[in-house]
Design a protein around this ligand. Structure first.
Ligand code: F1P
Length: 346
């Protein structure tokens, strides 16, 4: 995250500078729609981006699985900006989606990690994530770096369009600048998460629930558990629970909530009560100092207080640890999960 922010934010001036897209500053000022295409973890980062860009830049965003987008007949115009997100920069589905967008005249941006990979070579502009090489197959630090870049893009758009005041930008960027320190503090939850993993390592199902931008975090928590631990896991918006997943809850099921202090906190608290009433085991990611959820949940993991905008950057970390520890305890190879390729090039 530090490498992502370096030379790109000037908190005391309330300024974001993105050299890779600066030629398109005018286009961003007048843009009517952004489409994000990606696969897997990168798609989840895109969903966080949707919340951030719509909230702060006030531009409508659509987030599409590249693997679906490429096989339909999407409506794209020359007015659109299509952003591809890819750790490897080689994912065949994302490349194919970009080819369609390019043929139809859209402007193409890339958010990639690997400099000089195939995707950045066909984009018009872009922002590198600078996350360094992912050692394992499953994306982890790439996700946090992608979300950081999307946060920068959201504030950059807000700056171009004047949708945030200068003083608000100063406030947000000052807080964003502190995130690497807050991440270091969040990493201290490792031992606590390991204990929780030991308790649930034999569960064969797990549900992850969150609201707002914590919904994609729930999806990512579930995906990590599937990818590296081979545990069946589902991520849902917490409010969607009553529309189906509630039927899964029994005395065996661990349910992980992202229950940090924000505008939807009280709603999440009532979702937790619903799970408890049905005998499910509640594991909650909460804001430091929280007492209400602590009294209800079987296990809590604290993360530092931060603005809503930055919660995904912190809340993802305990979920990555959870998948990691469960995988190790189940004897899985966390760096090379079965059947999974580092870059899916076919
Ligand atoms: C997309 C992705 C990863 C996943 C695995 C397979 O890759 O789905 O999210 O962890 O490596 O590929 P990319 O386009 O972000 O490189």
């Amino acid at each position: 995250i530090r490498d992502c922010l370096r030379g790109r934010i000037y908190p005391d001036q309330g300024k974001v500078q993105l050299g890779g897209v600066k030629e398109y500053a005018d286009k961003l000022r007048n843009i009517d729609r952004i489409i994000i295409v990606a696969c897997g973890t990168s798609w989840h980062a895109g969903l966080v981006g949707e919340y951030l860009i719509e909230e702060y830049g006030r531009v409508p965003v659509e987030v599409e699985y590249a693997s679906e987008f490429r096989y339909r007949n999407p409506i794209i115009t020359e007015q659109d900006i299509v952003i591809a997100i890819s750790q490897s920069g080689e994912t065949a589905d994302t490349m194919a989606a970009l080819e369609i967008a390019k043929e139809r005249g859209a402007t193409i941006f890339g958010i990639c990690n690997v400099v000089g990979a195939s995707i950045p070579r066909i984009t018009d502009a872009g922002v590198y994530t600078h996350a360094g090489p992912e050692i394992g197959v499953a994306s982890t630090k790439a996700f946090t770096a992608q979300v950081t870049v999307l946060t920068l893009i959201a504030f950059y758009i807000a700056q171009q369009r004047g949708t945030l005041t200068q003083s608000k930008l100063i406030e947000y960027l000052t807080e964003l600048n502190e995130i690497p320190t807050l991440v270091e503090r969040t990493l201290q939850c490792n031992d606590r998460v390991e204990e929780i993993a030991a308790r649930f390592k034999d569960s064969n199902n797990c549900l992850f629930l969150g609201r707002g931008s914590s919904f994609p975090v729930a999806l990512e928590g579930a995906l990590k558990l599937k990818e590296i631990s081979y545990v069946h896991a589902e991520g849902y918006p917490a409010a969607e629970m009553k529309h189906g997943p509630i039927a899964l809850i029994d005395a065996e099921l661990p349910v992980v909530f992202i229950a940090t202090k924000n505008s939807s906190y009280e709603k999440v608290v009532s979702n937790i009560q619903e799970v408890k009433a049905r005998g499910g085991h509640v594991i909650a990611i909460v804001t430091e100092g929280d007492t209400q959820v602590r009294e209800m949940a079987e296990y809590v993991i604290e993360i530092p207080q931060t603005d809503d905008a930055f919660v995904p950057l912190l809340a993802t970390i305990p979920l990555q640890f959870l998948a990691y520890h469960i995988a190790v305890m189940r004897g899985c190879n966390v760096d090379q999960p079965r059947n999974l390729a580092k870059s899916v090039t076919v």
